[in-house]
Ligand binder design. Structure first.
Ligand SMILES: Cc1cc2nc3c(=O)[nH]c(=O)nc-3n(C[C@H](O)[C@H](O)[C@H](O)COP(=O)(O)OP(=O)(O)OC[C@H]3O[C@@H](n4cnc5c(N)ncnc54)[C@H](O)[C@@H]3O)c2cc1C
Length: 378
């Protein structure tokens, strides 16, 4: 055996799996990363990721998010690095919309620290947003933004500090489970492990082709705008937000650099499929930006409606937009954490903890039936 556990892909999930294992004393671990740690060629990049506990993607995530919040704070304490800034989070939409009604139900059911503001109150507190009189704002206080590149680097480097190993710029070519463990072929060598966790993000189905029919990669764009009055977009004045409108659904994060504000489209399937993650088109055409520019003009009038920076990333999506988290079907030694479908960053440390539990005991104390890797294949 080269080590007890192999981790294939040290991006968002891989770094958190390694950190959770290392701090639980499991340091006989080798992580493989095809690029450098914290790179921006897949799902990490763009300086911020929104963290919310009041969740549009389903109430089954709320207990996971409450725990994830705690895990982020523990990673910060363990490393003395600030990763999560709370700004509060606004969900803006028409009061009669079913999504808003569900959301209100959710914040009550889970007793989340929140406030519901009517149009007039909201206009006073958040003048940056253009609101209509039929809209309300749900303010979720335990929301804010994470620093994705720093988070991945912090978790991975802490795991190394505690004794784990990471092979950088080492792509894994294939994975071969057998009765006594798993072989990993990488860099002209074969590594032997008791167990392997696949956290390969957009490359997941190359290593696990059983998911070919249930998994695709989507391209996502981020864009940044500036303002004559950038101070009103500082984190203490401009919470992270989602604005659900008739035309385009927007999300945004306050300025991190004191110059630009990140605004992007909320789109359930991203900007379309990517056939080959090695060759994703990073060029952004002007037609890709039309909707976001219109959205900014209409709903955020203090921003100059010309993006001064635009970048493309990608994420792995499953058919039902819930991730795969657990043992690969019919395999006792192979786990998968992938297909986070555009909303996984905030969950990363709790996913690491679930991997730890599954590796140690074979089961998890978290309610993650909706993420069962068997569900498509049974
Ligand atoms: C533009 C954008 C905005 C987003 N916004 C949010 C947000 O606001 N809030 C939120 O919670 N989530 C958000 N998400 C989603 C979140 O970022 C992703 O769901 C999450 O980062 C996915 O993590 P991952 O570990 O599956 O993939 P990754 O972080 O991409 O990690 C996969 C890693 O595996 C490596 N790898 C792959 N194949 C191999 C191989 N064969 N050998 C070695 N290494 C390999 C890759 O190089 C990569 O480092 C966003 C995603 C995008 C793209």
């Amino acid at each position: 055996m080269d080590a007890k556990v192999g981790v294939v892909g040290v991006g968002t999930m891989g770094s958190m799996v390694m950190w959770q294992l290392a701090r639980a004393g499991i340091t006989s671990v080798i992580g493989f990363e095809q690029f450098n740690i914290g790179h921006d060629r897949s799902a990490v990049g763009g300086e911020s990721r929104a963290f919310r506990t009041a969740y549009l993607e389903g109430s089954e995530y709320i207990p996971l998010l409450i725990d994830s919040y705690q895990q982020w704070r523990e990673l910060e304490q363990d490393t003395n690095v600030d990763l999560l800034t709370l700004t509060g989070g606004l969900t803006i939409g028409k009061s009669e919309e079913i999504t808003m009604k569900n959301m209100i139900q959710c914040v009550h059911d889970f007793d989340l620290d929140h406030e519901i503001l009517d149009w007039k109150q909201a206009k006073t507190y958040y003048p940056q947003h253009m609101l209509t009189s039929d809209e309300i704002i749900i303010l979720d206080r335990k929301s804010g933004f994470l620093r994705p590149e720093l988070a991945v680097l912090t978790a991975a480097r802490r795991a190394e500090e505690l004794g784990a190993a990471i092979l950088r710029n080492t792509p894994v070519e294939s994975i071969e489970p057998h009765s006594a463990g798993v072989r990993v072929h990488a860099g002209e060598r074969i590594y032997e492990f008791e167990k392997v966790v696949v956290t390969a993000g957009p490359w997941l189905n190359r290593l696990l082709p059983i998911y070919n029919d249930y998994f695709e990669v989507n391209r996502l764009l981020l864009s940044w705008f500036t303002s004559k009055n950038i101070k009103s977009f500082y984190p203490d004045q401009f919470p992270v937000f989602v604005h659900l409108t008739d035309g385009i659904d927007l999300f945004g994060v306050p300025t991190v650099d004191g110059n630009t504000v990140k605004i992007a489209k909320v789109s359930s399937g991203g900007e379309g499929p990517v056939a080959n993650p090695d060759a994703m088109n990073r060029n952004v055409q002007s037609e890709d930006l039309e909707q976001i520019i219109q959205g900014v003009k209409k709903y955020l009038p203090e921003l100059i409606p010309e993006p001064i920076r635009v970048t493309a990333y990608m994420d792995g999506y499953t058919k039902d937009h819930h991730s795969l988290a657990g043992y690969v079907p019919k395999q006792d030694n192979l786990l998968v954490f992938g297909g986070f479908s555009g909303h996984g960053f905030k969950l990363a440390p709790v996913m690491g903890k679930i991997a730890l539990e599954l590796l140690k005991t074979g089961s998890s104390s978290y309610a993650v039936q909706h993420l069962d890797p068997n569900r498509f294949l049974e």
